[in-house]
Each structure stands twice: as C-alpha cells, then as structure tokens.
Write a protein that binds this ligand. Sequence first.
Ligand code: ADP
Ligand code: MG
Length: 250
Amino acid sequence: TKANVPIMETRGLVKRFGSFIANDGLNLTIRKGEIHAILGENGAGKSTLMNMLSGLLAPDEGEIYYNGSQVSFTSPRSAMEIGIGMVHQHFMLVPALTVAENVVLGIKQRSPWFRLSAACAEIERLSASFGLDVDPRKRVADLSVGQQQRVEIMKTLYRGADFIIMDEPTAVLTPPEVQDLFRVLRALREQGKTIVFISHKLQEVKAICDRVTVLRLGKHIASMPMEGTSPSELARLMVGRDIQPPAVRQ
Ligand code: ADP
Ligand code: MG
C-alpha cells in the first residue's frame, strides 16, 4: 500500500437534524489503500457520515476533499462518477433479475445486447480479480446473502470505484460469510482500493482494519493505527463519558 497519501479528507463536517447534531465538526483523514474503520455505538453518527461521503446527504457545514480537490456531491451517482461507491446495509438488488442485469441497471449503454454480453465478460474479469466468486448469469433470488453482498460490491467496482464505503457489512452475514468478505476486502486493498468499514464490533475492526476512527455522540473521539491499539482502549473510547479534543495518532 502507498503509505500516508490521503485520498479523502473532511474539514469541519456538520450534519444536523433539526436542533440535533448528528455529526459535529468532523476532521477526518482516510489514506489511499487502507481499510479504515469508523467505529462507534448505535447513534454515534456513522451512517450520517457515510451518507455525506457518498452523496446521499448534503452537509450543513464543512468540506470534503477527494484526491486533493474539494468535492460536493448532489447525488450518489455524482459521487460514483469520481470513484466513490457505497454498499448499504440493506441491499438494493432486484431479485428476479440476473446478477449482470442488476449490475448494469441504471447505466446508459448502446444496446441491450451490448450491455449484457460485455457486462458478463467484465463481471467475470472483476470477479476473478478480486475473488468475488460472482456468476453474472445467476438470478439474484437464488443467491445467499453473502453472495448478494458481493454483487453490491461488484456494482461499485463495475462503475470504477476506487473508494468503497460499507455500512455495517457484517451485520447480515454468518461467521463463514464474514471470513469470505474479509478475503475480498484484503484483495481489494492489495490492488489499491480504499475501504471505509463502518462497524460497532470491536473484534471485527481489530481483525480487518489498518486504521480506526472512533465516533461518539456525533463527535470525533480518536483516530489511530489498529496495530498497537488494544480492544479495551477502543472500548473505552467508544463508550467513555468525557469528550476531549480528538486524539489522533499517526
Ligand atoms: P449510527 O449509524 O452510528 O448508528 P446514525 O448516523 O444513523 O448513527 O444516527 C446518528 C443520530 O442521528 C441518531 O441519534 C439518529 O437518531 C439521528 N438521525 C439519523 N438520521 C436522522 C434523520 N434522517 N432524522 C432525524 N434524526 C436522524
Ligand atoms: Mg448506522
């Protein structure tokens, strides 16, 4: 991995719902090629942050920088156009359609024939490259939950994502499916993709992530490398009472 090159930075990012502050001035740095955990209890503001980084929600204040340029998204599609993809907790697939039909859904192409024949070849290439084990000709209804999630990952890769945000991706998976997902995440990292892994589960964050950012009650509590950080320290940061200025370790 290319150490220390930032790919995404936020400056003073704020999101309010009425008078409630869901994200309170977040200054975050995510580096190219890392698996970066956003860790926090339910209600910490993780999904709100993800929705701003992926174009679903507009920030009330603050800036987002991507590859050194300030960006402002009007939709998930405009975020995807510059390489930011997201995998939601609840999948957005059409069960009656095939994998390939789902993957190309919403993309303008020259003709239906071109779409599917070219898409199947490209999906097979990406599937092999990242160990996704996704068959483009299968119907989504016939896939396991873990396979369906990998179709969602495929959708982002097919659209050219370099930066993939996953919201609580293990919540719907069995333990063996979690291990399959982790293998895919390592393959993505190996080939230079950046992953934001949102979770409230300490052990999973410890198992797969390079860096971790802790949020609590909408505030940035800490960012640090996973190596040398104990689960008990993270637990204390997640649920502590005192709010201090963010603790950032390079
Ligand atoms: P997390 O993903 O960490 O569990 P969220 O970002 O979903 O947290 O939510 C953070 C806080 O913001 C919660 O208290 C939640 O109730 C509130 N919140 C999130 N979305 C909305 C919304 N659309 N309207 C009002 N409150 C919201
Ligand atoms: Mg959430």
